[in-house]
Design a protein around this ligand. Sequence first.
Ligand SMILES: CC(C)(COP(=O)(O)OP(=O)(O)OC[C@H]1O[C@@H](n2cnc3c(N)ncnc32)[C@H](O)[C@@H]1OP(=O)(O)O)[C@@H](O)C(=O)NCCC(=O)NCCS
Length: 164
Amino acid sequence: MSVRRAVPGDESIVRGLRLAALADAPDAFNSTLEQERARTTAEWSRWISNGATFLLEEADGPKGIAAGVPYGGEPSARLLMAMWVEPRLRGSGAAAALVASVLAWAAADGASEVVLHVGKLNDRARRFYERAGFRANGHGFVSEWTGIEEIEMRRPLALEAGAP
Ligand SMILES: CC(C)(COP(=O)(O)OP(=O)(O)OC[C@H]1O[C@@H](n2cnc3c(N)ncnc32)[C@H](O)[C@@H]1OP(=O)(O)O)[C@@H](O)C(=O)NCCC(=O)NCCS
């Protein structure tokens, strides 16, 4: 199992992982399977060039994904998004390796904080993020795509010595 940053040429891998994620967990993302299916190769290229996307791979193919992107009007923050690992690899530490890659990228990119949005009822993801150092801050919104209530969690990047 290894994690690497997606590069131009990885469009079909990113697309395949996003379609698998939306099919597996339709309530977990601020998007829909239909919307992801409709994206063109040029749109996946823009996805790859916006911030950093990390791919979790095993010898027989890609198994997970996470991305970090600029966060709206907050130059010191990056948004962690699209976090997914295939069900067989849950509880294996694979997801933590993806998060670590995004945190390291955000720190190297000059950020001091990473933000994410997670479904209020997505207990497994919320516990996972808490273990990775994220804390809910009381902010939230209702997703325009899924109608699901999302909460905001944040993690400072200087949480401990040697952070990301
Ligand atoms: C979110 C995700 C990436 C986390 O990866 P993971 O490998 O499952 O995470 P882990 O197993 O390391 O950690 C999950 C935590 O929830 C706990 N947990 C397991 N099953 C659970 C359940 N059904 N309900 C609540 N908590 C649960 C685990 O014990 C662990 O907590 P602990 O560290 O206190 O023991 C993965 O579950 C996933 O891809 N989910 C589907 C997509 C998704 O929800 N993405 C998040 C979008 S914001």
